[in-house]
Design a protein around this ligand. Structure first.
Ligand SMILES: [Zn+2]
Length: 492
């Protein structure tokens, strides 16, 4: 982080940052919010448009039912109360990529309010962050400033994005550190992905975040003047932008000046924010109820129907998977970060002898080899059946972990599934107890000191003997049998 001159840790410690986040999320509906145009990223510029999303005279908006259902589902997943009756409003402002001269949004009667999302604070304790409101609105088009021969002197307009359905999720100013902001956004995205209402693709602008940040002396009772950092396109950059902005504002106050209420842009290359424009106030937009749309009423029956689509959410799923499969919280967190991955794991876990073993193989052996081969799970030569077989054989002690690694290496090298390679290369396992006992005797005779430790009560030394015999057998001794025989011999 680019440190600003002259701010000691003691000075920084006098101040309390206060952060609130506004997140815009595009909904994955088939068509736009108020017309039948395709809702799709990209496309030849100005081809997904019609009189309604261009705001031509006489065209009237019709609200997209699926957009309401997605917005409602997301709101409920974030713990919001759904207002049975909400009202669309016109937010009036000129922008070159917004041909209507206003945006259809919701103002004083939003779809949903009073939600909350829990993040870990600095001490890893759960901290609820309030969600003030979730409302529906439409996206604007795009101004294209680059990639044309005359881009130096002209800006082009692509209106394909005009009228794309959005939800805006506004948090309470409950966030106190850039890390909490990062956690809030990470969990928010996770929940939205679970509900399936958005792809949350930040590179394509499906999820965009503005951060309001101010600082106050810890002894102050009132929040300071806030600045808004606009449209930062990754969570890591938002954290960096907040860190910068907090120090900048403290610097301003320490100089005896005042923080100006304004919008600022983050420049990632330079690692700093720049003043963009003074911040508008709500009354500047001259909101009034949208005359072309009736109030939105989400009645009880409709709401019930929408909520029947609610999936199990990440937090609940983690807790259940820990209880049901005996997973560590770390493994459960990794397995549930994406819904499809968690689904995949559960399909396996239900068929395998040991879900913990499946988790271990999936998260380490398989993930590591996928990464090394730079391929996705869908392209893995080892299928779900292959993973179950590998886990069951390992769990039953029919193959050692070393043999498992070798078999998986072969699978990935040859692009073949586990069952095929296992059948062909079935490791020569020594299951003859007298042969194993002979090797154990040999190792015991060679290591009197360790035998003494074992007899003295240090029973964990047994693992040493298991390791030595396994080495002697070149990894071929049946692990379960070996474990059993080592302890028996040492106890004898
Ligand atoms: Zn249209």
């Amino acid at each position: 982080m680019p440190a600003l001159a002259g701010l000691s840790p003691e000075v920084l410690a006098k101040y309390q940052p206060v952060i609130g986040l506004e997140v815009h999320v595009q909904l994955l509906t088939r068509t736009k919010a108020f017309c039948g145009c395709r809702n799709e990223y990209g496309g030849e510029p100005n081809t997904h448009i019609c009189p309604t999303c261009l705001g031509l005279p006489g065209a009237l908006p019709v609200l997209n039912r699926q957009a309401v259902e997605f917005a409602t589902l997301a709101a409920k997943a974030l713990g919001c109360t759904i207002n049975e009756r909400s009202v669309f409003a016109r937010k009036n402002y000129f922008y070159p990529d917004s041909p209507k001269g206003y945006q259809i949004s919701q103002y004083d009667k939003p779809l949903a309010e009073h939600g909350s999302l829990t993040v870990p604070d600095a001490n890893a304790n759960p901290k609820p962050i309030g969600i003030t409101r979730l409302h529906m609105e439409e996206d604007a088009g795009k101004s294209l400033h680059d990639d044309f021969a005359d881009s130096a002197s002209r800006t082009y307009i692509d209106l394909n994005r005009c009228g794309t359905p959005l939800i805006e999720i506004v948090s309470e100013p409950d966030i106190r550190t850039p890390d909490e902001a990062f956690e809030y956004l990470t969990r928010l995205k996770e929940i939205l992905l679970y509900t399936g209402v958005s792809d949350c693709n930040m590179e394509e602008g499906s999820l965009r975040c503005d951060a309001n940040v101010s600082v106050m002396l810890k002894t102050d009772a009132q929040f300071g003047t806030k600045a808004e950092v606009k449209n930062v396109n990754s969570f890591r950059y938002i954290r960096a932008a907040l860190e910068y902005e907090i120090e900048r504002q403290i610097g301003v106050l320490e100089e005896g000046s005042r923080v100006v209420q304004e919008s600022r842009l983050w420049n990632n290359a330079e690692g700093r924010t720049y003043s963009m424009r003074s911040k508008e106030q709500a009354h500047d937009y001259r909101y009034f109820p949208e005359p072309d749309l009736p109030p939105l009423v989400v009645g009880e029956a409709w709401l019930r129907g929408i909520l029947s689509e609610m999936p199990e959410l990440p937090e609940a799923r983690r807790a259940r998977m820990i209880a049901e499969y005996g997973l560590s919280s770390q493994d459960a967190a990794t397995l549930t970060a994406e819904r499809a991955f968690a689904d995949r794991f559960e399909t396996l876990a239900k068929r395998a002898k040991s879900p913990r073993r499946v988790a271990a193989i999936l998260l380490s052996e398989i993930t590591m080899r996928l990464r090394a081969a730079n391929i996705e799970f869908e392209q893995s030569p080892v299928t779900l059946d292959g993973i179950v077989l590998a886990a069951d054989l390992t769990e039953a002690g029919q193959i050692s972990s070393k043999q498992l690694k070798q078999l998986l290496d072969t699978c990935f090298a040859e692009g073949r599934d586990f069952a095929f390679v296992y059948d062909r290369d079935k490791p020569q396992q020594i299951t003859d107890s007298s042969a194993i006992e002979k090797m154990i005797d040999e190792v015991i005779a060679a290591n009197p000191a360790q035998v003494g430790q074992f007899k003295g009560g240090k029973r964990t030394v047994a693992a040493f003997f298991v390791g030595q015999v396994m080495k002697l057998s070149k990894g071929h001794a049946n692990p379960a049998l070996l474990n059993e025989l080592v302890v028996k011999k040492l106890d004898a």
